[in-house]
Design a protein around this ligand. Structure first.
Ligand SMILES: Cc1cc2nc3c(=O)[nH]c(=O)nc-3n(C[C@H](O)[C@H](O)[C@H](O)COP(=O)(O)O)c2cc1C
Length: 353
């Protein structure tokens, strides 16, 4: 069987197993998928089979962004592999880069379950995970053990513990920065999750500048500083986005990730009881808004800093739209749940067309 036939079979298989996963609680389904993938890759020959089916290697897909060389511009967004447990497995599905986290200094359980919901009619998810993670040191320990990264770029998305007051948040970001520094290629300062009470207040000018300047100061003392990016919410106003452009320019950080999940609920078709769940919406309903944010930031900043575009990428066309709006790279999470693992290769193929 040639590669296209194999891919078609695997796409079909995903269509077959999707109803089974979709009949489970979404968080349980997530663990079944990642656990199943781990077991499968332990079978002799499975890794190379997956690689040959899902990975597309082509010089034309390579990108150099903020001084790093990416095999392809399609990344796994933060939240999928919070604890750096599945790097090898996810890399085998063709991603050019993987962002772990959000990690916090101390481990924390996150919000009570259920905390992830499917909005099937909207091809969306609502989550209020609340930074459930095993802590920055555990993630660092796992990353340390990966000896051959095979050119995979790994990002470290960092946040603050729920119990840390905003006045002390900077210490949490500094802790995570030190813990992960030797093991990640770039950092993401996450101040945009809607699920940690008060976190998004840190997107205001003064607290944000304080966190970014502190990290940049530490970063610049290192012999080889790492790119630091800021991840923002899609719910910011134009004037707040103007502030973001000013802050990125002033603090000289490497770029922006746009966007995190939205608190908006407009236009959703799913039953009201699910739509009204607290948390951030991801997937299809976010596609347009996150692209608007990317376009606005790119134009306002005169394309002076790179943007990673994320939010509702479910097809090659969605990814291309984000790149054309001004993104240099893209990431996805919810599209992967709805479309299956072939999405990454399909986007790469679309980029080559
Ligand atoms: C279940 C879930 C957990 C997430 N956790 C995080 C997180 O810990 N940190 C973060 O920066 N973004 C997190 N996100 C947001 C994603 O990284 C992404 O920005 C957002 O979902 C939009 O992309 P998508 O539409 O492709 O999912 C999470 C998203 C989902 C669905």
């Amino acid at each position: 069987m040639n590669i296209s036939a194999c891919l078609a079979t695997f796409v079909y298989m995903y269509k077959l197993v999707k109803p089974l996963f979709f009949s489970m609680n979404p968080e349980l389904a997530h663990h079944q998928v990642t656990g199943g993938l781990r077991k499968f890759t332990k079978v002799w020959g499975a890794k190379s089979l997956l690689k040959s089916i899902y990975t597309l290697e082509d010089k034309r897909l390579e990108r150099e962004v903020f001084g790093l060389k990416f095999k392809n511009p399609v990344g796994l967004a933060a939240g999928f592999d919070k604890n750096a447990e599945y790097i090898e497995e996810m890399a085998g599905l063709g991603f050019g880069f993987i962002e772990i986290g959000t990690v916090t200094p101390r481990p924390q359980p996150g919000n009570d379950k259920p905390r992830m919901f499917r909005l099937v009619a909207d091809e969306a998810l609502i989550n209020r995970m609340g930074f459930n993670n095993q802590g920055a040191d555990v993630a660092a320990g796992r990353l340390q053990k990966i000896t051959d990264r095979k050119g995979l770029i790994i990002g470290g998305n960092i946040g603050k513990n729920k119990l840390t007051p905003n006045e002390d948040a900077v210490h949490d970001y500094v802790y995570c920065f030190h813990a992960l520094f030797s093991y990640v290629d770039y950092f993401v300062v996450n101040v945009s999750s809607p699920n940690t009470p008060g976190l998004r207040d840190l997107q205001e000018k003064e607290p944000l500048k304080h966190i970014l300047n502190t990290l940049q100061e530490l970063n610049m003392k290192k012999p080889a500083p790492k790119p630091i990016l800021l991840k923002i919410a899609p719910d910011l106003t134009k004037s707040q986005l103007d502030d973001i452009v000013e802050i990125v320019t002033e603090t000289k950080i490497a770029g922006v990730i746009a966007t995190n999940t939205t608190i908006a609920r407009e236009g959703l078709q799913s039953p009201a009881n699910v739509v009204n769940e607290m948390g951030g919406v991801s997937g299809r309903p976010l596609t347009k808004r996150s692209t608007e944010v990317i376009r606005y930031l790119a134009e306002k900043s005169n394309h002076t800093f790179p943007i990673i575009g994320v939010g509702g990428i479910h097809s090659a066309e969605d990814a291309i739209e984000k790149l054309e709006a001004g993104a240099s790279l893209v990431q996805l999470y919810t599209g992967f749940v709805y479309e299956g693992p072939a999405l990454v290769r399909n986007i790469c193929k679309g980029l080559l067309r």
